[in-house]
Ligand binder design. Structure first.
Ligand SMILES: C[S@@+](CC[C@H](N)C(=O)[O-])C[C@H]1O[C@@H](n2cnc3c(N)ncnc32)[C@H](O)[C@@H]1O
Ligand code: SF4
Length: 392
């Protein structure tokens, strides 16, 4: 066994996550480029349950013997699934892999589709954490974002989540058109008052080929310029730090110990399976790390799974240099940073000391007391450039 392989095999003892993608939404938000689809003809959930069962079985046969530490049902809008569908998918995962007694099972919910009875059903099915797409706490912004719910409905959904689940989080999008720091301060303070242990705070990104991209290009949607976006970002860090919800990742905030363990699987570059239309996975098979992705279009995915037991359309063995780049790209998003020794083990060479020194002199990266390398507060707004510099 080579040095690289022993490191990769050792990673098997680490956290193992399963991502389940539910690709349907009630309507398409104009800023969103996730793999989400609107179907007015109804969705045959039983047929999807059978397809998920088949793809989970095939995936588990390729990556047997793991103990699942986290499951994340993302979308799309997983809260459109019937609780029985969620329960059936979770049961199948438990049939094919061991599941850790303290497994974290998150379900993403859209406030439009939240009903108390459904949440109780998800809880009974095994879900123990929800992540709600609140997005904004004022109705004009929600309308502009194309959301189907009001701020009050979103807050009611948070209340239902609080009653049903021991852990919940919600998402807000900031750096919205015309948003001032004073408005964002008030909104964020209010959000923290409603949050328990975790918040995801995303800056509005104009994604290619979305209606927002077309409006933006036509000058009809104006978002804060770099200086204003930076001021909003800085304010976000100041308030969340002061209120005990510091960033543990560039857009994710938690009380210490309440981080989303599933997302940490990605950012710490552990192993995870992805099932469902357009899902991605990183599995270590025969000592090699595979980048795997499935067909995005739900109906095509269904047909592939029904014909061949899986919807995989890409399965690539990653070179050690590609793994090292991915490890940097993911790990440097975290406040805890990366262990340079793991980079060396993956890539076969150490990080460039001169580049680290130059980035350090500018205040963009720093070494921690436990020997990690991390991006500083000043470096996060230019994270892509820092990663590109270190990976080059
Ligand atoms: C898969 S989506 C969400 C869950 C659910 N479908 C919902 O919308 O309530 C995950 C999150 O990504 C964020 N997001 C999506 N597109 C974004 C964009 N263009 N800019 C910033 N955040 C975005 C939103 O906060 C969203 O809640
Ligand atoms: S933001 Fe959520 S609800 Fe809106 S289209 Fe994207 S996945 Fe669907």
């Amino acid at each position: 066994m080579t040095h690289d392989q022993s490191i990769l095999t050792a990673k098997r003892d680490d956290a193992f996550g399963v991502y389940v993608h539910w690709p349907f939404c009630l309507s398409k938000c104009p800023y969103c480029d996730f793999n989400s689809h609107v179907r007015h003809t109804g969705i045959d959930e039983e047929r999807y349950v059978r397809a998920f069962a088949a793809e989970i079985a095939t995936t588990a046969a390729r990556a047997p013997g793991r103990t699942v530490s986290t499951i994340f049902m993302g979308g799309g809008t997983p809260s459109l699934m019937k609780p029985e569908t969620v329960g059936a998918i979770l049961d199948t995962i438990g049939k094919h892999w061991n599941v850790a007694p303290d497994v974290e099972i998150t379900l993403e919910a859209n406030p439009t589709s939240v009903e108390a009875t459904r949440f109780a059903g998800y809880r009974a099915a095994g879900v123990n954490r929800v992540s709600l797409g609140v997005q904004a706490l004022d109705d004009a912004s929600l309308k502009e974002l194309g959301r189907l719910h009001t701020a009050q409905e979103a807050l009611d959904a948070v209340k239902i989540a609080r009653r049903a689940f021991e852990r919940y989080s919600f998402d807000l999008i900031y750096a919205r058109p015309r948003q001032t720091t004073a408005e964002w301060r008030a909104e964020l303070e209010r959000a923290i008052g409603e949050a328990a242990e975790h918040l995801s705070l995303y800056q509005l990104t104009i994604e290619q080929d979305t209606p927002f991209a077309a409006l933006h290009a036509a000058g009809k949607l104006v978002i804060p310029d770099d200086d204003n976006a930076r001021a909003l970002y800085d304010l976000t860090q100041e308030i969340t730090d002061a209120r005990g919800l510091p960033a543990y990742e560039i857009s994710n905030h938690a009380r210490p110990g309440a981080e989303c363990r599933h997302n940490l699987v990605y950012w710490r570059y552990h192993e995870y399976a992805g099932v469902g239309p357009g899902a991605h996975g990183r599995l270590v098979i025969d000592g090699k790390r595979h980048a795997i992705s499935t067909e995005r279009r739900p109906e095509s995915w269904l047909m592939r799974v029904e014909a061949g037991g899986h919807g995989v359309i890409e399965d690539e063995t990653l070179l050690t240099s590609e793994q090292a780049d991915e490890f940097l790209l993911m790990g440097l998003r975290l406040a805890e940073g990366i262990d340079p020794k793991r980079f060396t083990a993956l890539s076969g060479h150490s990080l460039d000391a001169a580049r680290i020194a130059a980035l350090g002199a500018e205040g963009f990266v720093e070494a921690t007391s436990d020997g990690h390398l991390r991006v500083t507060r000043a470096g996060f707004p230019i994270l892509d450039a820092v990663v590109a510099d270190l990976a080059a």
